[in-house]
Design a binder for this molecule. Structure first.
Ligand code: AMP
Ligand code: ZN
Length: 416
């Protein structure tokens, strides 16, 4: 069953979204940060496109309450993400917002078939970050049973999966890789894990494929961020792009340099606007995430627009002696060559102004003593990496459990 908003035609949707944008513009006219900066009414999306972007720096400049758009007494929660400068980015939430986030999460979670009889082990964080909360409220909203286990403590997660037999889990892709790499065949037989939702960092197609083939786990990609406190888009069961919940978000893709709007199908930076939010509506927020709107409609029957899975942020790019590389490209290559999941770390060092790319990879126990197999795997991986990223990194195969354990978001790159 689809939500009404997921099957509107383009004309109906645009009309609804323009009305919502105008409601938001009128609601924020007294918000300290926006006051005097925005029109109170727009008559078209072309006029909307003239409104200046909002950036992470603006959010920090507005710290702590500059973006508060409702009386403080209405707040029921404040979340934060830690910024590089030390000033966190806050996200305030009123009771109205919490209810709407819950409805939004219910819509996304229902894409995966989650319902009343299901148990979901939520291995995202329950802290200042918004990580696990959306899954928590949305799952309860659908009548499912949530186990809020949070990230880390892998042996305990495994025991819970064996004892309580959750069919669903939610985590970062990195933590799911770590978890799967630590489940023995014997443990596996006692589990019922079939569906995983991942978010918070890029999910590669190669890992999604490997999880299905080797573990029979179907992974759904969820995209969200602290600034919006909830998920923005998620996959349907066809896994060909992430459906945006257009009830809550208006999405644009722009050229990150010029800010010009790009047509559907072209890659650029995702810009998001809240269509329903009381405490902190964000208008034309620059996410720094690169994606594109998939031009055609999904054959699942939903008419909602889809974004391509986000493979990187503008800030993620590694430049190795003039060659641009994204960590997710390296993961694609690793999971193309390995037959089970593994942990890896990208290390970059600079000597005489020349950068060198090194990759430490944990090798599965079954081949650690087989030099011939290791050499073959190395050779295959080097060849694949060369064809993807055009440079040849130094590969260092290490035994399992040598690299730092993954908990929440994965720190895959280290400068040495
Ligand atoms: P945070 O504010 O810590 O929740 O981080 C939000 C950022 O995580 C987003 O702007 C994206 O860069 C990244 N992110 C979240 N979900 C995904 C996803 N499904 N795929 C790729 N990147 C993601
Ligand atoms: Zn679909």
């Amino acid at each position: 069953m689809y939500h009404k908003i997921e099957t509107l035609n383009e004309k109906e949707l645009k009309k609804y979204q323009l009305e919502q944008i105008n409601k938001i513009l009128s609601a924020v006219k007294h918000t300290p940060y926006y006051a005097g900066k925005l029109p109170e009414y727009i008559d078209s999306f072309d006029t909307f496109a003239k409104i200046p972007f909002l950036t992470k720096k603006d959010l920090r400049d507005a710290f702590p309450y500059g973006l508060l758009s409702c009386p403080k007494e209405k707040l029921v929660r404040i979340s934060a993400s830690s910024g590089m400068t030390g000033i966190p980015t806050l996200s305030y939430c009123s009771e109205y917002d919490l209810n709407e986030y819950t409805k939004n999460e219910m819509l996304h979670l229902s894409h995966t078939g989650l319902c009343k009889n299901d148990i979901i082990q939520c291995m995202m964080g329950f802290n200042l970050f918004t990580g696990g909360w959306g899954c928590y409220h949305g799952s309860i909203g659908l009548g499912a049973t949530v186990i809020p286990s949070g990230p880390g403590n892998t042996q305990r997660q495994i025991e819970l999966l064996k004892q309580l037999k959750a069919r669903y889990c939610f985590s970062t892709p990195g933590y799911l890789q770590h978890l799967l790499g630590n489940i023995s065949d014997k443990d596996w037989e006692q589990m019922n894990l079939k569906i995983a939702m991942t978010g918070g960092e890029p999910l590669t197609k190669e890992f999604q494929k490997l999880a299905k083939e080797k573990y029979d786990i179907e992974i759904y990609n969820f995209y969200g961020m602290t600034e919006f406190s909830t998920h923005i888009a998620s996959e349907c069961n066809l896994h060909n792009g992430l459906h945006i919940n257009e009830n809550y978000f208006y999405a644009e893709i722009v050229d990150p340099e010029t800010g010009d709007i790009l047509p559907d199908g072209e890659y650029g930076e995702l810009i998001l606007t809240n269509l329903k939010r009381e405490a902190m509506p964000l208008i034309r927020y620059k996410t720094r995430d690169i994606t594109r709107i998939i031009p055609d409609k999904c054959i699942c029957g939903r008419t909602s627009r889809r974004i391509e899975p986000i493979s990187h942020r503008l800030d993620d790019m590694l430049i190795i002696n003039g060659v641009n590389i994204y960590p997710s490209q390296i993961e694609e290559c690793i999971f193309k060559c390995f037959s089970s999941v593994t942990n890896y770390l990208i290390k970059i060092n600079t000597k005489n102004a020349i950068k060198k790319l090194n990759i430490d990879i944990e090798i599965p126990d079954d081949i650690i003593n087989n030099e011939n197999k290791i050499n073959k795997l190395k050779e295959k991986l080097i060849k694949t990496l060369k064809s993807y990223i055009t440079i040849t990194p130094a590969l260092n195969f290490v035994p399992k459990h040598t690299l730092p354990e993954i908990q929440g978001k994965t720190k895959r790159v280290k400068y040495i």
